[in-house]
Design a protein around this ligand. Structure first.
Ligand code: ATP
Ligand code: MG
Length: 397
């Protein structure tokens, strides 16, 4: 009757990029690069970028692997597993019938009703979109016995026609949207084992930041399990291309000296200010232009506006706090979606709760912090330099 399907592929759709006017080329190139990286370990996968779309070709039995990775690429709004045919009505009809039968076999409920949605990017195609949908619809109805239902159909067969190909699909899956990671520059995520900072990293990667992570480790007060946990969180973020490298900074010694230098109520603020100084140094070395934290307004005593002001005062880089307005429930829901929640929920020790009284200061002042820091024999800068120099690097890719 007609030519067999040419090949299997994943059709990738992007949305927000269209808003970017003159920068569009850079965004599309970064997106294509990120997509290539995402499917690099899928055998036989090949990425093509014919005008305004991205198509990932793969052997039929690798399409699901490719989809699982593409669902995690920022900048994509949705993906569809497609059959690519010639730009030929009969080939498209045959592929649509096959796709409909396969969809019903996977889920019989979808056999209740159907519709066909067609789009042409090449207006030289001999049929209008509506005429193509009607012709394909008639063939699918004849082959399956399904009734057509234009609104609320159980199954939608999608068709997109370009100058060289037809793409036929029965499913569309959501992708995270946002901007391709890297298009907003590079940042450094302060990553702890808690629920918040992984989500903060994910949200900033979704706005186009590429990130490295920095974890402050305080053995033996904090066990190796806590570090393993942060490494696991980092790997989940890496699967979203939201993290490249994890830096682990040995924080124990400076933390003890800070504890001894100031009043216990100030301890958390002093630890955090030192974290900022060390993060600044790692950011300089990794060319990060901002620091990202999971801080949130008013969630805990250390996160009041006065305390955040005093903490930020120690940082040279812009501090981004994507969760500043989030409810814990919103953050938790997102952590589940990202896949970090179950790891974050494992028991772990938080280095900032070490040596801290039940009622830490809620309005620490910069001058009080500086007075305590002046008691450090080596001075804050030498202390921060020493930790930055001793920081370990873990490659996540
Ligand atoms: P999280 O759930 O991310 O730990 P939190 O709400 O528990 O956040 P805090 O523990 O007060 O808040 O930490 C605030 C932020 O400081 C964290 O989100 C993280 O960005 C950073 N931070 C805290 N402890 C560490 C650490 N040991 N290593 C790296 N960053 C840290
Ligand atoms: Mg925490």
């Amino acid at each position: 009757m007609s030519a067999p399907p040419v090949s299997h592929a994943v059709l990738c759709r992007f949305g927000e990029l269209f808003l970017k006017g003159g920068n569009r080329g850079i965004f599309e190139q970064t997106l294509a690069k990120n997509i290539r990286r995402a499917v690099a370990d899928v055998p036989g996968a090949r990425v093509e970028t014919p005008h305004g779309r991205v198509i990932v070709h793969a052997p039929a039995d690798r399409i699901e692997d490719a989809c699982a990775r593409l669902e995690r690429v920022f900048g994509l709004v949705s993906i569809s597993s497609v059959v690519e045919t010639a730009a030929d009505v009969e080939a498209i009809e045959a592929a649509a019938v096959t796709a409909a039968l396969a969809a019903i076999e996977r889920d019989p409920a979808r056999g209740a009703s159907f519709r066909v949605q067609a789009r042409r990017s090449d207006k030289r195609f001999p049929l209008s979109s509506l005429d193509l949908a009607a012709r394909v619809g008639a063939k699918v109805a004849a082959a399956t016995g399904m009734p057509v239902k234009l609104v609320g159909a159980a199954l939608t067969i999608g068709i997109e026609v370009s100058s060289t190909s037809g793409f036929v699909f029965a499913d569309t899956r959501a992708a995270p949207g946002g901007l391709p990671a890297g298009t907003s520059g590079h940042g450094l995520l302060l990553l702890s084992g808690g629920i918040d900072s992984p989500v903060a990293g994910w949200l900033s990667a979704k706005r186009g930041l590429s990130l490295d992570g920095l974890y402050f480790h305080s053995p033996p007060f904090v066990g190796e399990k806590s570090k393993d946990k942060v490494v696991s969180l980092a790997r989940v973020l890496a699967s979203w291309q939201a993290l490249r490298t994890l830096y682990v900074a040995p924080f124990t010694d400076v933390q003890k000296r800070l504890r001894d230098a100031g009043p216990a109520e100030l301890a958390v603020v002093l630890y955090r200010r030192m974290m900022m100084r060390i993060a600044d140094r790692i950011a300089d070395r990794t060319r990060a232009m901002s620091l990202v934290t999971g801080e949130n307004l008013g969630q805990v005593a250390s996160q009041t506006v006065p305390n955040l002001t005093t903490i930020e005062n120690a940082a040279r880089h812009l501090v981004l706090r994507p969760l500043v307005t989030y409810d814990k429930m919103e953050t938790t829901a997102l952590a589940r979606r990202i896949g970090t929640y179950d790891i974050s929920a494992l028991p772990y020790e938080d280095c900032c709760s070490l040596f801290v009284p039940p009622h830490p200061a809620t309005a620490a002042r910069v001058q009080d912090a500086e007075r305590a820091e002046a008691r450090l024999e080596a001075g804050v800068d030498a202390e921060a330099d020493a930790v930055a120099d001793a920081t370990e690097k873990i490659d996540l890719t």
